[in-house]
Design a protein around this ligand. Structure first.
Ligand SMILES: Cc1cc2nc3c(=O)[nH]c(=O)nc-3n(C[C@H](O)[C@H](O)[C@H](O)COP(=O)(O)OP(=O)(O)OC[C@H]3O[C@@H](n4cnc5c(N)ncnc54)[C@H](O)[C@@H]3O)c2cc1C
Length: 465
């Protein structure tokens, strides 16, 4: 099986497939020289415990039937391997390549005004994603930042902006991020959403963490926006509402920094000053209808407007998967609206054509993780979802269902590597990754950190020269 992507979906599916199919072999293709996807480049540096799943992934990678093929992008560009070059050499292909784009608002000023960043870029930058190593966000433009979106990624961004930089120094946050964060002038962060507290996407753990940040106060939520009788709510929302109503211990008068959750605001434009730097954001106020505390309440715009001053804004309205080139040649469709590879929700990729009233499984093609179900869900849910896909792969294999390219014996990377060499690809093996890993840990030791990541592909590969 070829696995495209080395995030949690790729590793957890591989683990289960290898345990269920005797003599099965997995070749995992990853476009960066380093593994683990968003566990390395998304999960916040002050959440090291979340990265414990890497121990399991390492165990999978040490299996004799597993090959890590890092630094090889599956795609049409020079130095990449097109899908059609690898496909004939595998019985099965697992698409587990996550969501590497971000959703946009499509409002005035989004692409032209200075001081607006996507959360994906900002998170990638502080976590050392090579694509954003040069982002250098200017956090000295002013004291007020607005984050658009109220999911956990938005709260990660707020926490990193408001944390005492000394508390991050021992984590694996990049040195360039420490440098810029230590010069930050940001004092107030507003986390803005279109809906109300009962419909918001954040979870209690992340809210609590922000409420407990030393020397950071929470601006109270207007009581009218919270359910009047919390005792009747189910347990989970009740706890969140109570935590929000209680607020932070620190009060606005006593501490230098603050944050707020601003509900029922839908952004309409980013407004520049005369130097084209962000000065404020305009919003339409929204209505939640007659049942504002119903978790399913839908928002509609009203005629009322609001404006918030801000010199920096972060767009955090979600990640997005896109099709990789060559899918259709394999009969694999892509749903651009949902940003997923259409599947039977259990991991089998479904063709576009209907047969006897149902869409058919494209033989040998499977999906897992964010490209299977959309860019939501934590590592635990990605794991369950990956296990489900693996169960279906094993079931199909054991029931002798048709796989990719008929029954001839496929030899995977042994055949593909000839093409890879012709195209000038430089494969990074698991042994190579272990050298990069050791070099990063050693670099970190010098500055008392867990690890100092290489932030460029060149830097990563320099270890192997
Ligand atoms: C900012 C952020 C913070 C998060 N924090 C937490 C948290 O604290 N706790 C938690 O449980 N969950 C967290 N999550 C969610 C978690 O990261 C996801 O559930 C999980 O990573 C999804 O796994 P995946 O394998 O589908 O995708 P990914 O982790 O994105 O992995 C996809 C991999 O595919 C590779 N790839 C992409 N295109 C190609 C290609 N063409 N060829 C080869 N390789 C390719 C990518 O480089 C990447 O390595 C967070 C997510 C984000 C965005």
């Amino acid at each position: 099986m070829a696995v495209i992507g080395s995030g949690p979906a790729g590793f957890y599916t591989s683990y289960k497939v290898l345990s269920k199919i005797e003599n099965g072999t997995v070749d995992m293709y990853e476009h960066l020289p380093v593994p683990y996807g968003l566990v390395r480049f998304g999960v916040a540096p002050d959440h090291p415990e979340v990265k414990n799943c890497e121990d399991k992934f390492q165990e999978v990678a040490e299996s004799p039937n597993f090959n890590f093929i890092g630094n090889i992008n599956i795609g049409p560009d020079p130095g990449s391997l097109p899908l059609k070059a690898i496909a004939p050499h595998y019985d099965a292909i697992l698409f587990a390549y996550g969501a590497s784009q971000d959703r946009k608002l499509g409002i005035n000023g989004e692409d032209t005004v200075n001081g607006i960043y996507s959360a994906r870029a900002f998170v990638g930058w502080y976590n050392g994603l090579p694509e954003y190593s040069d982002l250098a966000p200017d956090l000295t433009l002013g004291e007020e930042a607005v984050i658009i979106g109220q999911g956990n990624v938005a709260l990660d961004v707020a926490r990193i902006l408001l944390s005492d930089v000394n508390s991050l120094k021992e984590t694996d946050i990049t040195e360039h991020a420490i440098d810029i964060l230590s010069r930050s002038r940001v004092k107030s962060v507003r986390v803005v959403g279109r809906r109300g507290p009962m419909q918001a996407a954040f979870t209690i753990k992340e809210v609590r963490e922000l409420l407990k940040l030393p020397d950071v106060a929470f601006r109270p939520i207007p009581p009218t926006q919270l359910p009047p009788d919390m005792s009747k709510l189910p347990r989970a929302p009740k706890r969140i509402m109570q935590v929000l109503a209680k607020g932070s211990e620190a009060s606005l008068e006593d501490v230098p920094r603050s944050w707020s959750l601003d509900f029922q605001l839908s952004p309409t434009s980013f407004n520049p000053d005369q130097s084209n730097n962000l000065a404020s954001l305009s919003f339409d106020k929204t209505s939640l209808g007659l049942e504002p505390f119903d978790p399913k309440a839908r928002v509609t715009s009203t005629d009322e407007h609001a404006e918030l001053p801000a010199e920096m804004a972060f767009r955090s309205i979600g990640y997005k998967s896109e099709a990789i080139s060559g899918l259709l040649e394999l009969g694999v469709p892509f749903d651009n609206r949902l940003g997923i590879i259409p599947n039977d929700q259990e991991g089998r990729v479904l063709s576009l054509e209907w047969e006897n009233g149902v869409k058919q499984h494209v033989p040998g093609m499977y999906a897992a993780g964010w490209v299977k179900r959309g860019p939501t869900g934590v590592i635990a849910s990605t794991m369950s979802d990956a296990f489900l896909t693996a169960d279906r792969i094993a079931e199909d294999w054991h029931s002798q269902a048709p796989f990719n390219g008929g029954e001839e014996v496929k030899i995977g990377w042994e055949a593909v590597k000839v093409e890879a060499e012709k195209r000038g690809c430089r494969r990074v093996s698991w042994e190579d990754w272990k050298k990069i890993d050791a070099a990063e840990v050693a670099r970190g030791k010098n500055s008392g950190k867990k690890r100092e990541k290489f932030t460029s592909i060149k830097g990563m590969l320099s270890v192997l020269e």
